[in-house]
Design a protein around this ligand. Structure first.
Ligand code: UDP
Length: 493
């Protein structure tokens, strides 16, 4: 649908890393389909990479109301922006980018002075950048927060002050990591100390990453609403708990499935909507075409994980010794340190039944009939993509929300196995064999059930479908009241 001059204009501002940009772009496209003007504010560096490796420009050219704008993330070009350095991006954006963001939104600023475009009528900002609420409040623009983590992880973050009060945090040296926690309501039966978000694994409560996620989460209530990339049937319990504190909650995921479903309703063969920041190596699709159904384990640890050389070797031995075919994404610069040369046995095993790429078209890979399992770091996008594709998972969480997600996959949803905190070739071999052979039938039923629930949630009248419609209606309503009070809207004075 084309946006009209009086349609609402939403500014979307993601935290500049792959997992956040990718799913917020899907939300942007969903809003465009509904006739909303969208400006997507990218960091310069992310924008350059997005354009370099994607056809986003031609994809979005279908929407007359869509624009990209860019802003600096304040870091030098050679900063790694991954692994444990991600907190630097947060600090820099808050310090350097915030004043630029404010300036852009002021009357005459580039976000509010565009030909044939209405003024920004609401903002959807990444929920770990709560400084955007200050700017929005100052300028009188309604703001919604979008959190890219699971609802369960958000809820665990929310309960951190309670865990400090009860003495569960900070973790002590002699703590029993398998001890169940009672402070995260609704998760008492399965959430162990080990399963808390990685940032909680500190003995120092003034640790920067710990501080950031705790304080940003507590500020959520200040926004007009919270948007989550999840669906009611998947995380009903956590959503119920969050609603007690943040009543205006929109669970609209899985966003990639939601977008595909709405595009399919409009056109017979919708374009692929990849938002990769690395060049996708499509030769792996040809390799997959040559494999038998459900014979391949796909291995990827997402866009941020750093492996040590030893971890790489342990995974490699485990995969080769399992004698299963594997497709493995090893991102450039994602293995730390030099070390032993790669043993000949691993190279031979890889030639025989493996395929290694630097970056894959993951959604397509997971949907390929040859893929029968996913060894993942349990990033939230990857988890949702695996659920929609009905692929069982082996979880090896790296950081942030992944410790929580992997526990849910293994213990609650029964969609795979949680290999948390273990990186050993014998275990890898066993768990790959379990997933692909021994326990395949046991996993098939819950995997199939969750895939159906996910797809139902984004189909017409499903929970996520209705929640997205409610969000769009609310955005339009805000826009109408804004237009009525045009003389007092701060953007006009
Ligand atoms: N991804 C991809 N190709 C790859 C590896 C990952 O397209 O080779 C995509 C994946 O489909 C997902 C995103 O990168 O959408 C990773 O997000 P996630 O939340 O799973 O993890 P993060 O990278 O944020 O740790």
């Amino acid at each position: 649908m084309d946006s009209q001059p009086n349609s609402p204009h939403v500014l979307i501002f993601p935290f500049p890393v792959q997992g956040h940009v990718s799913c917020m772009l899907k939300l942007a496209e969903l809003l465009c389909i509904s006739g909303v003007h969208v400006t997507f504010l990218n960091s310069d560096i992310i924008h350059r990479r997005l354009l370099r490796y994607n056809d986003v420009m031609s994809r979005f050219s279908r929407y007359s109301g869509f624009r990209f704008e860019t802003i600096s993330d304040g870091l030098p070009p050679d900063h790694p922006r991954s692994g444990n350095r991600v907190v630097d991006i947060f600090d820099s954006i808050k310090m350097v980018t915030k004043p630029m963001f404010r300036q852009m939104l002021l009357p005459g600023g580039c976000l509010n002075h565009m030909n044939n475009r209405p003024l920004v009528s609401s903002i959807i900002a990444d929920g770990i950048m709560c400084f955007t609420i200050d700017v929005a409040n100052e300028l009188g623009i309604p703001i919604y927060l979008f959190r890219t983590v699971s609802a369960s992880c958000f809820w665990a973050f929310y309960c951190i002050p309670k865990l400090i009060e009860s003495g569960d945090l900070p973790i002590k040296e002699d703590d029993e990591m398998d001890r169940l926690l009672h402070g995260v309501t609704g998760m008492e039966k399965y959430l162990r100390l080990r399963d808390l978000p990685s940032f909680c694994r500190t003995s120092d409560l003034s640790d920067r990453a710990f501080q950031v996620v705790t304080s940003e989460t507590q500020e959520t209530y200040r926004a007009n609403g919270l948007i989550l990339n999840t669906f009611e049937d998947l995380e009903e319990s956590a959503l119920t708990q969050i609603r007690k504190h943040v009543p205006n909650l929109y669970a609209i995921g899985p966003l990639h499935g939601h977008l595909n479903s709405r595009l399919e309703a409009q056109m017979t063969s919708p374009p692929r909507s990849s938002n990769s920041l690395w060049e996708e190596d499509r030769t792996c699709m040809t390799w997959l075409d040559e494999q038998t159904p459900k014979s391949v384990i796909y291995v990827s640890f997402g866009s941020m994980t750093m492996l040590s050389r030893d971890e790489l070797i342990e995974f490699w031995y485990g995969l080769v010794n399992s004698k299963k075919n594997f497709l493995w994404v090893v991102r450039p610069n994602s293995v730390a340190g030099d070390g032993q040369t790669i043993p000949a046995q691993l190279l031979e095993g890889t030639v025989e039944r493996g395929y290694i790429v630097r970056w894959a078209p993951q959604e397509e890979v997971l949907a390929h009939p040859a893929v029968g399992g996913f060894l993942t770091h349990s990033g939230w996008n990857s988890t949702l993509e695996s659920i929609v594709a009905a692929v069982p998972m082996i979880c090896w969480p790296y950081y942030a929300d992944q410790q929580v997600n992997s526990r849910l996959v293994g213990e609650v949803w029964k969609l795979g196995f949680d290999m948390k905190d273990i990186c050993d070739r014998v275990v890898v071999e066993k768990v790959v064999k379990d997933l692909m052979d021994t326990k395949r039938d046991e996993l098939a039923r819950p995997v199939d059930r969750m895939m159906k629930l996910a797809r139902r949630s984004v189909a017409v009248d499903g929970s996520s479908f209705n929640n997205l419609n409610r969000l769009i209606e609310d955005i339009k309503q805000i826009n109408r009241s804004c237009n009525k009070t045009v003389t007092t809207h701060p953007c006009f004075v």
